[in-house]
Design a protein around this ligand. Structure first.
Ligand code: SF4
Ligand code: FES
Length: 367
């Protein structure tokens, strides 16, 4: 894709902080979490929002870590609204009480997405690594709805909670959500670290797919259900981020501008900071965004494949993690020479007893 034909990003994921009271073993944050002292301050984030709106970004997703751990969140929400940006809060919900929900509504937040770890409180709290999390999430959802904010529930599914999927769907309706994301774990970062502990069997996946299909039919007009399947049982990869540097950008807590949340796992790549260069220039010109943008960089079999502008060769971070080369075809693709090993790992790990979780913590043990 040439710079001239480049469209502005649709959405910006603002990772305000890596602080979080939860410790989910599939967290999308990098293994090397950023320390609170390195976070951008309020004025810097406001400038980022100004630059994003000027660039043509339409949506900002306030995320983390746990974004409500930032005391200035309401100021940033109000600033996004002032710049005409649609705002979505991606939260665990455990820090949201009635006053907080009302303050965010007053600041003109557009939408809230609360994650849940399952249905039964004890099991869900074990995954979260936080006692009482499920109860707080239910309360937060009620506060969000009472404040008049639209709600999506995000349920991350894996071998331990797929048996609860029907109950999770019913819970989303009870909580007043208009949308439910049933998202199988994606195996990068912490998820990859915990792959054997989380990988479902093919039979579990097939049952879940049937349940989602039935619920979609039954709940038409009540609940919209998005469904994200695990790459490991797929024959073609997903278009990760809608293609590298095409539709989305992430900004890390310290201000690094990334094409995806896991991009910093790719070695020998320099990600520029909003502190050093305008966002529009980074989006358009930075070497990191150019590296895998479009189709020029692709090796075979992607280069001559008729899906190359559909899935954009899949996920660069997964290619690095599983094939050892970020420029390789994503091993989730059955045409990749690494696909058989990936499929075999899924079958093997899901059939073996689950190991203990490695919880997401600020201090990462040496590997
Ligand atoms: Fe996608 Fe590449 Fe596989 Fe074709 S060969 S389906 S472009 S990942
Ligand atoms: Fe980085 Fe898919 S997570 S490209």
């Amino acid at each position: 894709m040439t710079a001239r034909g480049l469209e502005p990003p649709l959405a910006l994921l603002a990772e305000l902080t890596h602080r979080c009271p939860l410790q989910c073993p599939y967290c999308s944050n990098p293994l090397a979490l950023e320390r609170p002292g390195r976070e951008l301050d309020t004025a810097a984030w406001q400038r980022v929002l100004d630059e994003a709106a000027a660039l043509g970004v339409l949506q900002v997703h306030f995320s983390g870590g746990e974004p409500t751990a930032r005391r200035d969140l309401d100021v940033l929400i109000a600033h996004a609204a002032k710049r005409g940006l649609y705002s979505n809060l991606i939260t665990s919900g455990v820090l949201i009480d009635r006053a907080r929900a009302e303050a965010m509504a007053v600041a003109c937040l557009d939408h809230v997405q609360i994650s849940i770890q399952g249905y039964a409180p004890e099991a869900a709290d074990r995954v979260a690594g936080y006692r009482g999390a499920q109860e707080k999430k239910r309360a937060a959802a009620a506060h969000v709805r009472a404040a008049g904010l639209p709600l999506t529930i995000n349920a991350v599914m894996h071998r331990h909670n797929l048996g609860e999927l029907e109950a999770v769907i019913t819970l989303a309706v009870e909580l007043g959500a208009g949308r439910l994301e049933v998202a199988h774990v994606q195996y990068y970062g912490w998820g990859l670290e915990n792959r054997a502990a989380l990988m479902p069997t093919r039979a579990q996946l097939e049952r879940a797919t049937e349940i989602v299909a039935g619920a979609r039919e039954r709940l038409k007009g009540v609940l919209t259900i998005d469904y994200v399947v695990p790459d490991y049982y797929a024959r073609r990869p997903k278009a990760c981020m809608g293609g590298w540097g095409r539709r989305f950008l992430n900004i890390s807590p310290s201000g690094h501008v990334l094409p995806c949340h896991a991009a910093e796992t790719i070695p020998d790549m320099h990600f520029e900071s909003v502190a050093d260069r305008p966002l529009a220039e980074i989006w358009r010109d930075s070497a990191a965004f150019q590296r895998f943008r479009g189709t020029e960089w692709m090796p075979e079999p992607c280069r001559s494949c008729d899906r190359r502008e559909i899935d954009w060769g899949g996920c660069r971070c997964q290619a690095l993690a599983l094939a050892g080369d970020a420029a390789a075809t994503d091993p989730a693709c059955a045409l990749s020479p690494h696909h058989a090993a990936l499929a075999a790992a899924a079958e093997r790990e899901s059939a073996a007893p689950a190991p203990d979780f490695v919880y997401r913590r600020m201090t990462v043990p040496a590997v």
